[in-house]
Design a protein around this ligand. Structure first.
Ligand code: FHN
Length: 423
């Protein structure tokens, strides 16, 4: 069905207000690729384990056999959602259909789905949507809208369909849009569609899909990876930190290991909890959201290390929630001791390196009534204004060895010397 020219060009923007309030999301890359987990016929494939079908050029007939082994009996949607809440995540984004074309929900469009093609026979997305509704967690769906290695008319599978003349609009009309309609009409409110792969799409195709999403759920956000500068919010490149401070709705996304989004037995090196915290601070101090990824194991549980490390982060996030949720970026440039987030009339100093002289200064010239305290304890911190700087006298050691947050409350607005380097 072709939308008319008027419809194509009238992409109304969804309301992004909840997005910066939510700040932290849990990305889940889950699918058949969790079974091989980066290994195919005893050969290890480095990098993104969810790409195993392309890396090993696995014919569809062979890859489909994975579905007969996929049976995540340990999957428990409530456990997943409660874990996400405990770790401070406010939205979950799960792969509803990745590049392999396999639907993690009961799709009437394609039998290549978790209910019709596996011994599991349960609608995992339905169970997750029910648990998210029960526990007040926003839920979004990752959808690979152009790459689909199971379909001749989609991008990417050149090993099964060598000389085939693709008809991409046919794929959009017969699989992509009908599946998006299923996801947007069967599972309640959808916070966002995390499109992934708009690089080779025309502006008309990107606009067509954004309008299609908003036709069913006007406030469902669409990610910028729909292509052509469309979408309701910006997603950065994989594992890339934001470089500019912005108030716009945008997010950075990071894996727990360094390379793979899907569960991998090859990419074993994981970011430590300290490294994860630094990623979080470097991201939110630029005003961006952070989407942290876990690739669940084939039996339907998270790796123990992910549970351990994200619980450490979550404990700190929950203790310092005021400095995180709904915050904006820092008005200053790079800092030697840590990062800053802000709210009207408040700065939150996330101190990673405790100053050896127990003094910490920030430019806060001409502000009245500025006062400093430790965010968690509320304990006041001795401070004085001189040479247009606020200088804090700190105790010998940090109250929180992971990262101590100091709240500076002030009246008025921070002067235009915002770009100055802080001593
Ligand atoms: O090809 C995908 C990849 O498998 C993964 O889903 C990431 C997540 O951002 N997106 C694409 C690569 O950028």
């Amino acid at each position: 069905m072709q939308l008319n020219a008027q419809q194509l060009n009238t992409t109304q923007k969804a309301d992004t207000k909840w997005f910066p309030e939510a700040k932290l999301g849990l990305f889940l890359h889950y699918g058949l690729y969790a079974l091989p987990a980066g290994v195919w016929k005893d050969k290890e494939y480095k990098g993104v384990a969810e790409w195993i079908q392309l890396q090993a050029k696995i014919p569809i007939s062979e890859y489909e056999q994975l579905a007969t082994q996929f049976n995540p009996q340990k999957f428990n949607a409530n456990e997943w959602v409660l874990f996400a809440k405990e770790c401070g995540f406010k939205y979950i984004v799960i792969t509803a259909k990745h590049h392999d074309g396999f639907a993690m929900y009961k799709s009437e469009v394609s039998k290549f789905n978790i209910v019709d093609a596996t011994p599991f026979k349960r609608d995992l997305i339905q169970e997750l949507a029910d648990a998210c509704k029960k526990h007040g967690m926003k839920l979004g769906f990752y959808y690979s809208q152009s790459r689909d290695w199971h379909e001749a008319d989609a991008e990417g599978n050149v090993w099964d369909f060598k000389d085939y003349q693709k008809n991409f609009q046919k794929y959009l009309d017969e699989k992509c849009k009908p599946q998006l309609q299923e996801l947007l009409t069967k599972y309640g409110d959808v916070a966002l569609i995390w499109f992934d792969g708009g690089r080779n799409m025309s502006d008309a195709e990107s606009t067509q899909l954004v309008n299609w999403v908003h036709k069913f759920q006007p406030n469902c956000l669409t990610s910028s990876r729909i292509g052509n500068g469309r979408g309701d919010y910006e997603t950065l490149s994989d594992n890339k930190l934001p470089t500019v401070t912005s108030d716009l709705a945008y997010e950075a996304l990071f894996t727990h290991n360094f390379k793979s989004w899907g569960y991998s037995t090859v990419e074993k090196k994981l970011r430590t909890s300290q490294e994860l915290l630094e990623v979080l601070l470097k991201t939110i101090s630029k005003g961006a959201n952070l989407l942290f990824n876990i690739g669940p194991k084939p039996e339907g549980v998270f790796q123990e290390e992910s549970i351990r490390d994200f619980r450490i982060i979550g404990k700190w996030v929950n203790a310092n929630a005021e400095a995180i949720y709904g915050s904006k970026g820092s008005p200053y440039q790079e800092l030697p001791w840590g990062y800053i987030t802000s709210k009207p009339g408040a700065l939150y100093l996330h101190v990673l390196k405790w100053p050896v002289d127990h003094k910490l200064s920030i430019p806060l010239n001409g502000q009245q009534d500025s006062k400093a305290s430790f965010l968690v304890s509320g304990k006041k911190i001795k401070s004085k204004i001189s040479d247009q700087n606020l200088t804090l006298s700190l105790p010998a050691g940090p109250p929180d060895t992971l990262c101590t947050v100091i709240k500076i409350s002030y009246r008025g607005s921070i002067s235009t010397v915002e770009q100055q380097i802080i001593k």
